[in-house]
Design a protein around this ligand. Structure first.
Ligand SMILES: C[S@@+](CC[C@H](N)C(=O)[O-])C[C@H]1O[C@@H](n2cnc3c(N)ncnc32)[C@H](O)[C@@H]1O
Length: 238
């Protein structure tokens, strides 16, 4: 109920509310399968260097939404790689993917005015874990240690799938959404993390506000593929 209230408080559009409710009902039918799939993925992570698991809970949704890419060549862009958990999932499950991992791996301090939640972690250790976790996949992914804004300025590639899981600060999220949309191919999938993240005390500084603004801008040009407790999956129609 807290999440439904949040959808209303953030003035989420009707399509989102409908998709969220639809997914909550659908989940009841696949609950067992979902738990088993997530547990299997967690087992795979046991010998990896993962100190904070931000991804396993999404594994079942990803394998379903991204099913069409299972055996084809495609370009995947990830904004926010941290210890490489979501990247590992993609590399393990999609054998023809070409993956670009963008993360600035920069220590965030509270006096940046940002409260991203990992100010107290050593970002150097996090980056070392990323390198260790992905060492067996050399040649299948590219690591870009750069801010997302700077990546978008230099990039001239287009992508079938883009995952936004970088900064949670609404103005940054809006930039990431707009920049990603402009380089997402037609029929491509945009995955947005943290719709319900509420780390900033001013409600309008949280991701949902940026995402709702972005959805207004692309009205009529997207389809909601899924909307879970954690992530929104959009398809670009034209
Ligand atoms: C929640 S973590 C990503 C989790 C990761 N996808 C996983 O599966 O574990 C967010 C990451 O975004 C990075 N980040 C934050 N702001 C960024 C920005 N402006 N540009 C690039 N990376 C950024 C942080 O360094 C952090 O590693």
């Amino acid at each position: 109920m807290r999440k439904i209230n949040y959808l209303f408080n953030t003035k989420s559009n009707f399509t989102l509310i409908k998709s969220y409710l639809f997914n909550s009902i659908r989940l009841k039918f696949v609950k067992k399968k979902r738990i088993e799939y997530i547990e299997k993925y967690k087992k795979f992570l046991l010998n990896k260097e993962i100190t904070h698991d931000y991804f396993s809970r999404n594994a079942f949704d990803w394998i379903n939404v991204l099913n069409e890419f299972k055996n084809i060549k495609f370009e995947f862009l990830e904004i926010g790689s941290f210890e490489g958990n979501s990247a590992l999932f993609i590399l393990e499950n999609f054998n023809k993917v070409n993956l670009i991992c963008v993360d600035q791996w920069k220590q965030l301090y509270r006096d940046d005015g940002k409260r991203e939640g990992y100010e107290n972690l050593s970002i150097n250790e996090i980056e070392k874990n990323f390198d260790a976790n992905l060492k067996n996949y050399t040649g299948r992914f590219f690591k870009k240690k750069i801010s997302s804004n700077n990546f978008f300025k230099k990039n001239n590639k287009k992508f079938e799938v883009i995952y936004i899981d970088g900064s949670h600060f609404a103005p940054d999220v809006l930039d990431d959404c707009r920049n990603s949309w402009s380089i997402l191919k037609k029929n491509g999938i945009l995955i947005l993390d943290d719709y319900f993240w509420i780390g900033y005390s001013k409600i309008e500084e949280n991701p949902a506000f940026a995402i709702n603004q972005f959805l207004k801008e692309i009205s009529g040009k997207y389809k909601v593929e899924n909307f879970t407790k954690f992530q929104l999956f959009l398809r670009k129609l034209n």
